[in-house]
Design a protein around this ligand. Structure first.
Ligand SMILES: [Zn+2]
Length: 495
């Protein structure tokens, strides 16, 4: 017969008795087990004070026992009794992948497929939060944009001064300005301007690495980047930048107008959705063509006979894939709830840490007072006191840094995740819309790679955030790690 362990926890600092007592939690779990006919063989009663919040020996021992299959699973009153910090999610996740059961009596995560999925989403986002957002890879993206900061590497002409802020680079900024002025004069094409600017010494970082200095594609990118006239443009939305513009809006507009006039013919001649987005399995891009009124994509490599695919077939494939990265209304509602919980964990975790830092600082200050007293009493000489001062100052500085880091652990990032999910919903509409630009935009937003072979999609790679959502159902069965390319069976026309 399978045996189960009951886990109860209460923090001793809970003076207001906001939590159930250990005995009450135990009763609740026992009654649940009775109903479900689960045999309880062990009860864990954990109680700790805020001071040792970092350690939960019984909890960790229980995880070890579960891992060793001493129990089939654990019964707990609710999820926040079990998981106290976001780090705990990861521990639980690995166990769930080993078929260990987690029973939450209360509410949010019943042991049903829906409940599992919800915890799964929770775990996935905790992971994402910890690994990606937590590592400041995504530094409050939206927030940063709204404040007019660019959360990417500075474009040519600017240099990074931290926090997404940029300032004009004294060497390259004047050259970028000249490039705009020269192009606006009408005497240059992008290619001749590139050559001219190369001789004047304009370099891109990428170009420098490849020994090319400045490729024409980079010049085109410079001339179309509104950053130079003070606008941070991201995914089609303009934000007022905080940086100093290198040129005026008027000059920028006239350059863009000139570029468009030159390219007008080319752009309007070939309005294809997936132009330069599809690759053949041989590595070449597919290029679009029209036959009998239908749009096809074919490999540009004449030696390759592999890929010829009708656009409508690709539409169907991409639609099915994108459906898997869009959450249903119900999932969105559950995610919102899960995020709220996660937010609670983050806040609790942070506040505990901040309190601990405050205590340490207080101790240091008292220590320094004592050292001063020793000095006055003649126990310490000047050297001893100075050494002590240096030590305290250094420690205080380190603690201050840690404090800043914790404060920056902004909860808005969680909101970013949620906003992203909402956005991904509207994204699917984009694909289905008749608008070519929207369709193309959506595919560019979600995919890193699209590989085509004869009559359909061979494999694809989603951007990380979409990958996370797509993997949500894998959490309970197999676990999901990292970005990877998905291969599609050759004979599967509809995914
Ligand atoms: Zn090919």
């Amino acid at each position: 017969m399978k045996s189960y362990v009951v886990y109860t926890r209460r923090s001793t600092s809970d003076d207001n008795h906001q939590q159930y007592s250990l005995a009450a939690q135990e009763k609740i779990c026992r009654s649940y087990a009775e109903k479900k006919e689960l045999a309880i063989t062990s009860i864990i009663r954990e109680s700790h004070s805020a001071k040792v919040a970092g350690r939960r020996p019984e909890f960790l021992q229980m995880l070890k026992d579960l891992e060793a299959k001493k129990y089939a699973g654990v019964i707990v009153h609710n999820v926040d009794r079990l998981l106290r910090s976001i780090g705990d999610f990861a521990l639980i996740d690995s166990l769930r992948n080993k078929d260990i059961e987690f029973h939450f009596v209360d509410g949010s995560y019943p042991n049903t497929p829906e409940g599992n999925m919800m915890l799964g989403i929770n775990v996935v986002f905790a992971k994402w939060y910890v690994e990606k957002l937590g590592k400041e890879v995504k530094k409050g993206f939206r927030e940063s944009l709204e404040q007019g900061r660019l959360p990417h590497e500075a474009p040519v002409g600017y240099r990074d001064i931290g926090n997404g802020l940029k300032e004009p680079d004294s060497v390259s900024a004047p050259l970028v300005r000249q490039a705009f002025e020269l192009y606006a004069s009408g005497k240059y094409s992008v290619d001749t301007l590139t050559a001219e600017m190369r001789t004047r010494g304009l370099r891109t970082k990428r170009g420098q690495r490849h020994g090319k200095g400045l490729p024409p594609s980079s010049m085109h990118r410079i001339l179309t980047n509104p950053f130079y006239c003070g606008i941070v443009r991201m995914n089609g939305v303009d934000y007022r930048g905080q940086h100093t513009p290198l040129i005026g809006r008027e000059l920028f507009d006239s350059v863009v107008l000139r570029l468009n006039q030159r390219q007008h013919r080319r752009l309007t001649a070939k309005p294809f959705s997936y132009r330069r987005l599809l690759r053949c399995t041989c590595g070449c891009y597919l290029s679009p063509y029209i036959a009998k009124g239908l749009t096809y994509y074919g490999c540009t490599n004449t030696a390759c006979k592999e890929s010829t695919t009708r656009e409508s077939v690709l539409d169907g494939h991409l639609d099915s894939i994108l459906q898997t990265v869009v959450l249903s209304e119900e999932e969105l509602a559950q995610t919102r709830k899960a995020m709220k919980q996660l937010e609670g964990f983050v806040t609790e975790d942070r506040e505990t840490k901040l309190r601990r830092i405050e205590t340490k600082k207080e101790k240091l200050r008292k220590g320094l007072d004592k050292a001063r007293q020793f000095f006055l009493d003649g126990v310490f000489d000047k050297e001893d006191l100075d050494a002590e001062k240096v030590r305290v100052a250094a420690t205080l500085e380190a603690l201050g840094k840690e404090e800043t880091r914790l404060m920056k652990m902004d909860l808005k990032r969680l909101k970013d995740v949620y906003d992203f999910l909402e956005l991904s919903k509207t994204a699917l509409d984009g694909l289905r819309s008749a608008s070519l630009q929207k369709k193309r935009g959506m595919v560019q937003v979600a995919f890193l790679e699209l590989n085509v072979r004869d009559k359909g999609l061979a494999s694809y790679k989603l951007k990380e955030e979409y990958e996370v959502v797509q993997n949500r159902s894998l959490v309970s069965s197999g676990g999901a790690d990292g970005t990877r390319t998905r291969d599609l069976p050759r004979d599967r026309r509809t995914l």
